[in-house]
Design a protein around this ligand. Structure first.
Ligand SMILES: *[C@@H]1O[C@H](CO)[C@@H](O)[C@H](O)[C@H]1NC(C)=O
Ligand SMILES: *[C@@H]1O[C@H](CO)[C@@H](O)[C@H](O)[C@H]1NC(C)=O
Length: 236
């Protein structure tokens, strides 16, 4: 029969296994003051060790200390806000031309999805039609020539009108911030995109003041730390 060594038991109690220590040292980080706080499931490349983040949640700080989310198929997005409890984030284009990015939107291989989306149709119109520019709002950053103007509309009536006089560009499902109950005729589409993630499901842990992380390096099993009622009783 193996008799537990009291000294060893005491040692283990005082020193939790190293992997757990690692998770607990995955501290909150920021690119600079007033930028969003980054923690699990996100990790800042070069600041947090790899087990501090979930695959696909890679953040970097650009040379202006802006917080960028790096999506595999879609290039960097500027993170405006993260709501860890709701598992949602708000992003925009670091180059301030979100509609241009929307034209190549592809979230299919990312862990993120739209909370709400609304379909917008883009048209490219010759400004020999000046009453169009008066009636609808052109997208400034895509209409950089005096010869044409680009419009995006969610309205089937406007689609009907513009498709008879302009070139069709694309139809895009835009991850808008809230469901639109009223139809706008056109939009510059500069507002932050609202995205959410389903996995890892750390919202409940976060909303109770806990912090989420991997249980160990070997599995993707999650644990909630500092959860007041159901938390791990930590040695001290
Ligand atoms: C998005 O990217 C995936 C993977 O590269 C590809 O299979 C899919 O066709 C793309 N979707 C669009 C709408 O481009
Ligand atoms: C709109 O049309 C102009 C002129 O044909 C073209 O140069 C421009 O790239 C087009 N813009 C978009 C967003 O399709």
């Amino acid at each position: 029969m193996k008799i537990p060594n009291p000294i060893l038991t005491l040692f283990i109690l005082l020193n939790p296994p190293l992997v757990l220590a690692n998770i607990e040292t995955c501290s909150d980080s920021v690119c600079q003051v007033r930028e969003p706080v980054i923690r699990f499931p996100f990790r800042i490349e070069g600041q947090h060790a790899e087990p501090c983040g979930y695959p696909g949640f890679i953040v970097s700080c650009n040379q202006n200390a802006q917080t960028h989310l790096n999506l595999p198929n879609w290039g960097p997005l500027k993170i405006q806000t993260i709501n860890y409890a709701a598992q949602q984030l708000w992003v925009n284009d670091p180059d301030n031309c979100l509609p241009k990015r929307l034209l190549s939107l592809n979230l299919s291989v990312s862990p993120f999805r739209a909370v709400y989306h609304q379909q917008f149709t883009f048209f490219n119109c010759s400004v020999k039609l000046p009453n169009l520019v008066r009636r609808y709002r052109p997208i400034g950053c895509l209409s950089d020539s005096p010869k044409y103007a680009v419009f995006a509309t969610p309205s089937t009536t406007v689609v009907g009108h513009l498709s008879s006089v302009c070139d069709f560009v694309a139809t895009v499902k835009v991850p808008v911030q809230s469901p639109f109950y009223d139809q706008v005729t056109s939009s510059e589409l500069g507002e932050d995109l609202r995205l959410s993630w389903d996995s890892p499901a750390c919202g409940r842990c976060e909303s109770h003041g806990g912090r989420c992380g991997f249980k160990s390096d070997e599995t993707f099993e999650l644990d909630c730390y500092g959860f007041p009622s159901k938390g791990r009783s930590r040695p001290h």
